[in-house]
Design a protein around this ligand. Structure first.
Ligand SMILES: [Zn+2]
Length: 424
């Protein structure tokens, strides 16, 4: 299994030289409309060359992903929405690059809709793929607490002398004219800046260094900033897909694999707005409307069920981004942002106390609503601890639980909240 992955990584690395050429071509030919350009695989290739231990760490992520995928849905430790605190670093040289807080908020809204399958253009998914279009149950909220615990808008505006950045990660380093990341274990770092050479963005896969973890997007890719084929915020959707371990849908090779079984094998990237079906590699049509292809923003509108499982694996037992579930970045005194079905974040103030607990764990849902909530306790491997009973009145009996750390999943049927507690 491991050797297969190394071989895959190698082939992905080799094939990424095509991207470098494409990038140079577009730079020399700025009048032509360059295709979507994402430097994620270039960056991976460079990182693998510089750090021989990266392939091993990524192979471990793949092993854990396969275990998660082979676990039945009901036994997975990820239940309901995963809410990821986001810090957006707007690094600008001139005023037009200094996108507004409203534009950043609109970008978060696009992410939430795309990841929840509440994007209005999901209706355009061809019938053949409709059963595969997925709500990933992953949602995003601008950070409410900074790493010191102080209140924040989750948006940093920082002027730089650098006219444009490349994929060399300078934008992530204040000594190089960028903005330093917040801890990757607690936040998704998004850098919004000017990028050279027609580059739209790039991301770092799980397993990479914490100091460069996150995604970078071109300022004009945010919704409401510019017009054109890449102006609806789908660059961030694509790059966050990479950050959550998704590969390009064509596998960065001719008829390659994206490590997901329900996406058809396709020959290469699609550009523009292809009509369906575009048949390649003996498939019944490329899934060119997938966010992980290279099509225009207006022509990509789905993640698949297999992609959703792959992303959720990162938050399962032993998952490489599971620490984000414990981040206090999205909480103000234990308020947790929860995404509603409409993709609009609302706040539910739910508190677990005392924590640690020995006999009874109290859940601070409003008294009148207590009976309508389901409250379940899971161990960190995802197994439900049925001896921890919720009484329908805001109390969970935990006396018979072994000592340790547990996850409580609370749901009123519309929103799901998870919090951890310690049994002593
Ligand atoms: Zn990409």
């Amino acid at each position: 299994m491991k050797s297969k992955f190394y071989a895959l990584a190698l082939s992905l690395g080799l094939s990424s030289s095509a991207f470098a050429q494409e990038s140079r071509l577009a730079f020399d030919n700025s009048k032509a409309t360059p295709g979507r350009q994402c430097a994620t695989m270039d960056v991976l290739k460079a990182q693998m060359a510089a750090d021989p231990s990266l392939a091993k760490r990524m192979a471990a992520v793949e092993d854990q992903t396969k275990k998660f995928e082979s676990t039945s849905t009901s036994n997975r430790s990820v239940v309901g929405a995963v809410v990821i605190p986001v810090v957006v670093h707007v690094v600008y040289n001139i005023t037009t690059q200094n996108v507004t807080d409203a534009q950043v908020a609109a970008q978060i809204d696009v992410l939430n809709k795309d990841f929840a399958k509440t994007n209005s253009d999901v209706t355009l998914v061809p019938d053949a793929f409709k059963p595969l279009a997925a709500n990933t149950n992953i949602q995003f909220v601008l950070a409410q607490q900074d790493p010191t615990g102080a209140p924040t808008s989750g948006i940093i505006h920082k002027q730089t002398k650098i006219a444009s950045f490349s994929s060399n990660d300078a934008v992530k380093n204040s000594k190089k004219g960028g903005s330093d990341p917040w801890p990757a274990s607690s936040y998704l770092n998004v850098w919004v800046c000017n990028l050279s050479g027609g580059l739209l963005g790039y991301a770092q896969f799980p397993g990479g260094r914490a100091s460069t973890d996150g995604v970078v997007v071109l300022f004009s890719s945010l919704p409401g900033v510019a017009s054109g084929p890449y102006s609806k915020g789908r660059t961030a959707t694509h790059e966050v897909g990479h950050w959550l371990n998704l590969r390009h849908i064509w596998g960065d090779a001719s008829c390659g694999t994206d490590l997901v079984t329900d996406t058809p094998t396709q020959q290469t990237s699609n550009y523009g707005c292809p009509s369906f079906p575009h048949v390649t590699c003996g498939n019944n049509g490329d899934m060119s409307m997938n966010y992980m292809d290279y099509t225009d923003d207006a022509c990509m509108y789905m993640f698949s069920t297999g992609q959703a499982a792959r992303m959720n694996a990162l938050f399962g037992a032993g998952g490489s981004r599971a620490s984000l579930l414990n981040s206090s970045g999205a909480r103000t005194t234990r308020q947790l942002a929860v995404a509603t079905a409409g993709g609009v974040a609302s706040l539910a103030e739910i508190r677990l106390y005392p924590n640690p607990a020995t006999q009874t764990l109290n859940v601070s849902v409003p008294e009148k609503q207590a009976a309508t909530w389901s409250v379940k306790v899971y161990d960190l491997s995802g197994y439900e601890m049925k001896q921890a009973r919720y009484d329908g009145q805001g109390r969970v009996a935990v006396a018979s639980l072994p000592q340790g750390l547990y996850q409580v999943v609370m749901s009123d049927g519309q929103q799901t909240i998870r919090q951890r507690f310690q049994k002593e």
